[in-house]
Design a protein around this ligand. Structure first.
Ligand code: PXP
Length: 239
């Protein structure tokens, strides 16, 4: 059965909007675990627009399932990962001006630097996932770069404007997941997933874990974090 890792970045977004001390992402991390999530995800961006360094360290301390650290493959972030030793690092591309992570890593262009980052992180005993688009070349290159896991970018599927485009996007995700499994990698999926798109994965055993943030935190504003997480866990258990 697939797991659920909940990204709490947007709890920090709300806090940073006012520059105050609440809501506390560390409290959110504890609550999502209590509600049945299998892990907690944070993305420490270079511009520190939401999650702060102290959040990363405190969440690493309090999480008892697993802490997943999303980061760009920079020397600064590799040093932080080496210090906190998360259960998994997910390497993502990062552009200063983007609203959120807008695409997967381009391993065709950055194969050497990504391979170096992967081997440095693995040298610190950290498992590494690469966030890539559902594309067969990228899956092969992720394997060649030494990744233990890939996370398939589900954004194009989730944002597809028509049913036909959604079906095409979903087929690409399925093909990439099967290819990665055949190559011996674990497969996570994330970005843009919500209560309407997760049920598409019924009967797809290739996905090991879903990484979901915005839709769960948004629902939590209205129904509470515990219920929002429990509802997503129930959807995933029913797949
Ligand atoms: N996975 C990765 C690699 C991401 O960068 C993000 C966004 O921070 C997510 C998953 C979660 O996306 P969303 O907030 O749209 O659920």
């Amino acid at each position: 059965m697939a797991g659920l890792a909940v990204n709490v970045d947007h709890v920090a977004t709300l806090r940073q909007a006012r520059g105050v001390r609440y809501p506390e992402p560390v409290a959110a991390a504890v609550l999502v675990e209590l509600a049945g999530a299998d892990g907690v995800v944070v993305h420490l961006r270079e511009d520190r627009r939401h999650i702060q360094d102290r959040d990363v360290r405190m969440i690493r301390e309090v999480v008892s399932t697993k802490m997943i650290f999303e980061m760009a493959a920079t020397a600064e972030m590799i040093a932080i990962a080496a210090e906190i030793k998360p259960a998994l690092v997910t390497l993502v591309p990062e552009k200063r001006e983007e609203l959120t992570t807008e695409g997967g890593m381009d391993l065709t262009r950055h194969a050497d630097s990504v391979s170096e980052a992967v081997s440095e992180l693995k040298g610190h005993g950290i498992c590494v996932s690469l966030f890539i688009d559902p594309d067969s070349t990228q899956v092969d290159l992720a394997k060649q770069a030494g990744a233990d896991v890939i996370e398939i970018h589900t954004g194009a599927f989730c944002d597809a404007p028509t049913q036909k485009a959604k079906e095409a996007g979903f087929s690409q995700i399925l093909a990439a997941a099967r290819q990665a499994k055949a190559l011996g990698m674990e497969v996570n999926a994330g970005h843009g997933l919500c209560y309407q798109t997760v049920p598409w994965f019924k009967g797809v055993p290739e996905i090991d874990e879903f990484s979901i943030g915005h839709s769960i935190i948004s629902r939590a504003v209205l129904v509470g974090l515990e219920r929002a997480v429990q509802e997503m866990v129930a959807l995933i258990k029913a797949l």
